[in-house]
Ligand binder design. Structure first.
Ligand code: NDP
Length: 242
């Protein structure tokens, strides 16, 4: 029997990340479910994977922490030699009008999203190079494309992920490695639990909030060989918002 393909999903414990872990596991990947602090939720994700006859493990690291992330990436690479898929999903918000934002509201977003992208993508990508194979999918947001009111910091860091992805994709395309972005609209997770549901539905032509699974299926497609000629792209999953 051949070794399973290995997928690392950052922020796999809850929400969209959990759905991505379940979707990839259901398609035969061995999934490394990363989380920052919520071990209980990460174990629930692993349980879902196992209930569907999939396999994986949980791994705690804060993508914003360079040293910790390098240590964990090293551990993954030493145990599995090669990672086929990386999904940069971990994300946070610190919403508020720009004039009310504090320095921390920008630092936290920059550290988790932009530095987090660098911290995990670089060591994993380095291991994809000799194999001439691999796929990286990063989760941005419709906010990066439209510039959402009250989300200047979030829009900025998600737009940075799109820029970085396009650059790196053009650097490694000839090596058989693809990088793409999925930009969800409003998806039913804890991240938007405090948003006024009726009001936000009116912003969506489909008049409903999206499900994490609807994002996960697109991510899985982009990871797979079915997307073999797609790189450097941003795929929106947003019910027609943009
Ligand atoms: P949730 O808040 O439901 O889950 C966030 C996940 O990220 C958790 O697994 C959390 O881990 C993890 N995480 C947060 N910070 C870190 C960190 N520093 N290191 C490692 N893991 C971390 O978010 P969603 O599922 O809603 O969002 C997932 C992604 O999709 C994010 O990038 C978000 O910006 C993006 N997105 C979401 C939209 C939505 O409407 N929900 C819309 C557009 C984009 P733990 O459980 O340990 O806290």
């Amino acid at each position: 029997m051949s070794d399973p393909d290995i997928a690392v999903v950052t922020g796999g414990s809850r929400g969209i990340g959990r759905a991505i872990c379940a979707e990839l596991a259901a398609h035969g990947y061995y999934v490394i479910v990363n989380y920052k602090s919520n071990e209980k939720a990460a174990l629930e994700t692993l349980e879902i994977i196992k209930q569907n006859n999939g396999s994986g493990e949980i791994m705690k690291f804060d993508v914003a922490d360079y040293e910790e992330t390098q240590k964990c990436a090293k551990d993954i690479i030493s145990r599995y030699k090669y990672v086929n898929v990386l999904v940069n999903n971990a994300g946070i918000t610190a919403d508020g009008l720009f004039l009310m934002h504090k320095k921390e509201d920008w630092d936290s977003l920059i550290n988790t999203t932009i530095k987090g992208f660098y911290n995990i993508t670089k060591p994993i990508l380095q291991k994809m190079v000799p194999k001439h194979r691999g796929s990286v999918v990063s989760i941005a947001s419709v906010s990066a494309l439209v510039g959402n009111r009250g989300q200047s910091n979030y829009s900025a860091v998600k737009a940075a992920i799109i820029g970085a992805t396009r650059s790196i994709a053009s650097e490694v395309a000839r090596l058989g490695i693809r990088l793409n972005v999925v930009a969800p609209g409003l998806i039913d997770t804890e991240m938007i639990k405090d948003a006024p549901q009726d009001m936000i539905k009116q912003m969506i032509p489909m008049n409903r909030i999206g499900r994490p699974e609807e994002v996960a299926k697109v991510v899985r497609f982009l990871c797979s060989d079915d997307a073999s000629y797609i790189t450097g792209q941003v795929i929106s999953v947003n019910g027609g918002m943009y």
